[in-house]
Design a protein around this ligand. Structure first.
Ligand SMILES: NC(=O)c1ccc[n+]([C@@H]2O[C@H](COP(=O)([O-])OP(=O)(O)OC[C@H]3O[C@@H](n4cnc5c(N)ncnc54)[C@H](O)[C@@H]3O)[C@@H](O)[C@H]2O)c1
Length: 333
């Protein structure tokens, strides 16, 4: 059945692929984004576009009057360091923005399924040995992670008290075409830009810190499956949360090496001192998504890095990618 879908943050990296996936599956898509970080030309041609800030009454009206079948909520302040520097701003967008959207869904009375873009790495931290299942204890180390966990509690609350149909997808480290190479956490995008500029990539510490890299099109497909899956009764934290990753830990050193193979040229590396507070290891168990959503990652790291590098190379060739000052810090969002 064709659904009416709202993708908040759909002018951004992951959201634009989510919008693509819903359109390709025959649904009608509206993108809502304030373009604070996203780009208008990321919004697929077949989608309607509303430029609005998720925290405003205007956005709430779009949600309330739209009575969407599905809302994929990806609009967010995504910079972990900014969340540390300005936790109130982070909470304003990431908690209050989500709350405004949930209140508008409640006010609409529509049976909307809300799919929230949450995080694996920033929720689980270094507390348990990876790969981490959904149920491990959470004690996020950044305001960004605290906000994501808070919204997950609100999702459970709205499901329990108001019968809302909510799901949380906890992404591992997502990479792929359209990722911003200027951010602090998109290490694949940053490395691609560096390689194309003929500059060395920076590796902090011994380079053995690991992350679970999942290709953006696999993440988009998880949203599609979450929109139509038969799910357990909502109402408890973790109950309707699904890790979306690969379960595989890849070190930064191995990432740079594999990217070099994808690029067809060796990657030169410059070492920098280890960053204090940087998470050492991160990976998520994806058995629950496989069992309940019927989702598994399909794209290998080798293939995903090849596709990503070639996309950045095309952008570089048409001079659409300006020089980056980004570093190779591997964040967890
Ligand atoms: N990239 C990752 O590895 C990763 C990992 C875990 C979770 N996530 C989550 O996935 C989602 C998408 O992240 P992304 O990497 O595509 O980032 P992104 O910055 O490319 O996308 C976020 C989009 O939200 C928009 N936005 C920001 N504030 C807004 C506001 N107040 N109102 C309306 N729109 C607003 C931005 O303009 C941007 O287009 C976010 O919720 C993020 O927290 C990302």
């Amino acid at each position: 059945m064709a659904h009416r879908v709202l993708v908040t943050g759909g002018a951004g990296f992951i959201g634009s692929h989510v919008a693509d996936a819903f359109l390709a599956d025959g649904h009608s898509v509206t993108v809502l984004d304030d373009l604070s970080r996203g780009r208008r030309d990321n919004v697929p041609a077949g989608a309607s576009f509303v430029r609005a800030d998720i925290t405003t009454a205007e956005a709430a009206t779009v949600v309330r009057e739209g009575r969407f079948d599905v809302i994929a909520h990806l609009a967010a302040q995504i910079d972990v360091r900014r969340s540390v520097a300005d936790p109130a701003f982070d909470a304003g967008v990431n908690i209050v923005g989500a709350l405004r959207m949930l209140e508008a869904v409640r006010a609409s009375g529509a049976p909307t399924r809300v799919i929230f873009a949450s995080t694996g790495g920033a929720l689980y931290g270094d507390f348990a040995t990876p790969p981490n299942a959904e149920t491990v204890p959470k004690d996020p180390e950044s305001p960004y992670g605290i906000a994501k966990l808070s919204v997950e509690y609100y999702l459970a609350y709205y499901a329990r008290l108001h019968g809302l149909d909510t799901v949380a997808l906890r992404y591992a480290n997502v990479y792929g075409p359209r990722q911003d190479p200027h951010g602090e956490a998109g290490v694949v995008a940053i490395f691609c830009a560096r390689i194309l500029e003929g500059r060395p990539v920076t590796i902090f510490g011994d380079g053995h810190q690991t992350r679970d890299y999942v290709f953006v099109k696999d993440v988009a497909r998880a949203n599609l499956l979450a929109a139509r899956a038969a799910l357990p009764a909502p109402g408890r934290l973790d109950g309707r949360a699904f890790n979306i990753g690969t379960g595989v830990e890849t070190s930064v050193v191995d990432l740079a090496r594999t990217l070099g193979t994808a690029a067809g040229r060796p990657v030169s590396v410059e070492q920098a001192p280890a960053r204090t507070g940087e998470q050492l290891r991160s990976a998520v168990v994806v058995d629950k998504a496989a069992k309940v959503l019927g989702w598994q990652p399909r794209v290998t790291l080798e293939q995903g890095l090849r596709d990503t590098y070639h996309w950045f190379a095309e952008q570089h060739a048409t001079a659409r990618t300006p020089a980056t000052s980004g570093t190779g810090r591997v964040g967890t969002r």
